[in-house]
Design a protein around this ligand. Structure first.
Ligand code: C2O
Length: 579
């Protein structure tokens, strides 16, 4: 056999034995594979002509963010308790296929509807699908607990990344929206196939609209019920979508008004740039790590996880802890609303919102489809929901015009802030200069509210400049001492922060940590790396409304919530500009 024929035989064999399994095997593996590996350069040349561009590049050495399926291992819950969510059989031992869009000609568009508006027939249908899913054996990847564990795997970092020891985690960065979209897509398709109804679509928990701000009734019965929820938050209790462990004590009407104003901040004034909404760019390897969730992920997303989960469980399981969250069926309706809000935000922002970075677009993950087939799917595959065959029922967006007003008129506030120059809370040990306010390397604990004056590098920017560059308040060097739930709110030019909340224009945003510490490496013997994190809040519109656009500095107050301040310290605050 001449060399050329030999290569085609090897190629043919590889197509069936799993090409990736071989290239990506650790270099310490046995002799036969070692020999095969030495042939790879030849094989690649032949393969290059047909493979998709990103995969060609990957074979040629470009590192694309993806899980190493051979590495599934025990991981840690949000509170450092070991958890094990790996599938009974390694996914690396299964053959996978690349995601294919459903055939558009035979596609019936599946419409996701608000959970509080669905009818009894729909509930019965979904209930049936879900109970079948729950009754499948655990060995079946379509089983409900297996689905829930997919979330556990990717949220606790049970897989290492390809080509690195870093754990792969899909929260607190730009992976958040697309990864959860993928998970819901396959979950929905499996439910549909279990009842043989191609039109089946998940509902969404419409918590951004007053009528949807309670746990939807359907989640109180049948297979939707989960006993592991906070009993005091069941209907008719109105959700606090910015919950911080402490009951807000607001009456329903005020809670709704606060929620609506908070949504405006998270969807509109605080989310004018892609990174502010989507989260930071998380790239492969240790250097690629980032920890910076977008507005919606922080809250309502995290806040509602905590609000629903049971206060009697150590980590507020089920919904309150990421390892167990997807065991509560309401998880899927919660995320269906997150998925919808991503679409709404893209609609509001237009083309400028889109991410073109190939590192994001080509990042890929693996899920089982309704035929129990392992599928590799890239972020670029899930950016057009029509192609995926679903859409959301259009509902009102009550928050869209709920632009908050200042609690104190800006003229009066200006006068009062002038008299604050010698405030007690400004520690002697700090430097404040053109670049910002720094507490020095030891940082400042948020044992009480911390109030500082922060200089603004640019004042009176033109409308065009503001559109191009968002003014961003950066709280940097946030250190969470013990890995506990913490939360603090940020206010600008507030006169009395103890009396106001998101309904006031002075509120700039919130920081929430759900205890899943920022860990990178968790192989035996490897040190656990913890990192400080940052919070970025868009404030251009807020400064206009507070008539502070011409001021050379602003007052910023950080208010710890829920008695969590002792566990947080920060290094400083400064203003940056984001394109
Ligand atoms: Cu992956 Cu709502 O969490």
């Amino acid at each position: 056999m001449d060399a050329k024929n030999w290569v085609s035989v090897v190629l043919f064999t590889l197509a069936f034995t799993g090409f990736y399994a071989i290239i990506l095997l650790p270099y310490s593996s046995n002799g036969v594979l070692g020999e095969l590996r030495s042939l790879i350069p030849d094989i690649l040349t032949a393969w290059h002509s047909t493979a998709p561009k990103a995969l060609q590049e990957e074979a040629a050495g470009r590192v694309i963010l993806s899980p190493n399926l051979t590495t599934c291992h025990q991981s840690l819950s949000d509170a450092d308790v070991p958890v094990y969510c790996c599938p009974p059989k390694r996914e690396s031992e299964e053959a996978f296929i690349d995601f294919q869009f459903p055939d558009p000609s035979s596609l019936t568009l599946r419409i996701r509807r608000p959970a509080h508006l669905v009818d009894d027939d729909y509930i019965a249908k979904y209930n049936k699908a879900l109970s079948i899913m729950k009754s499948l054996p655990y060995e079946d990847p379509r089983n409900f607990m297996r689905q829930a564990n997919m979330h556990c795997i990717y949220c606790t970092g049970a897989y290492n990344q390809q080509h690195s020891n870093s754990l792969l985690k899909i929260h607190r960065s730009w992976l958040f929206f697309p990864w959860h979209r993928m998970m819901l897509y396959f979950h929905e398709r499996i439910l549909a196939s279990l009842i043989g109804d191609d039109t089946f679509a998940l509902p969404f928990w419409n918590w951004d609209s007053p009528a949807g701000m309670v746990i939807p009734r359907m989640y109180m019965n049948g297979s939707f019920r989960d006993p592991e929820r906070d009993a005091s938050h069941l209907p008719p209790q109105v959700a606090d979508i910015d919950f911080d462990y402490v009951e807000s004590g607001l009456d329903p009407q005020d809670q709704i008004a606060t929620n609506v104003a908070f949504m405006y901040n998270q969807m509109v004034s605080g989310a004018k740039k892609t990174e502010l909404f989507m989260g930071c760019p998380y790239k492969p390897g240790e250097e690629g790590f980032c920890d910076g969730p977008g507005t919606i992920e922080l809250a309502p997303h995290n806040a509602l996880h905590t609000w629903v989960g049971s206060n009697l469980n150590p980590e507020r399981e089920n919904l309150g802890a990421f390892y167990s969250a997807a065991r509560d069926p309401i998880f899927y309706a919660h995320h269906s609303n997150i998925d919808r809000l991503w679409e709404v935000w893209r609609g509001l922002q237009g083309a400028k919102a889109e991410i073109h970075d190939p590192d994001w677009l080509d990042s890929y993950f693996f899920f089982h489809d309704e035929k129990s087939q392992l599928v590799r799917i890239k972020i670029r595959d899930v950016l057009d929901i029509t192609k995926l065959g679903y859409d959301f029922q259009k509902v009102d967006l009550p928050w869209l015009n709920a632009r908050p007003k200042p609690a104190v008129s800006p003229k009066i506030a200006r006068y009062m802030l002038k008299t604050r120059e010698d405030d007690q809370n400004v520690l002697p040990r700090h430097t404040t200069d053109k670049v910002g306010f720094s507490f020095g390397p030891e940082g400042r604990t948020l044992d009480t509210a911390v109030r500082v004056k922060v200089p603004r590098p640019k004042i009176l920017r033109t409308k065009k400049e503001k559109e191009e560059e968002e003014e961003v308040l950066l709280v940097y060097g946030i250190d969470i001492k013990k890995d506990v739930y913490v939360k603090f709110d940020v206010y600008v030019n507030a006169i009395d922060e103890t009396r106001i909340g998101p309904e006031s224009r002075e509120f700039a945003g919130t920081f929430v940590n759900m205890r899943h510490g920022v860990r990178l490496v968790m192989n035996r013997g490897d040190a656990t790396v913890k990192r400080k994190t940052n919070l970025k809040l868009g404030i251009s519109e807020l400064l206009e409304d507070l008539e502070a656009d011409g001021d050379e500095s602003i007052w910023v107050t950080l208010v710890p919530r829920g008695g969590t301040g002792l566990h947080i310290s920060i290094d400083g605050i400064r203003i940056e500009y984001m394109r």
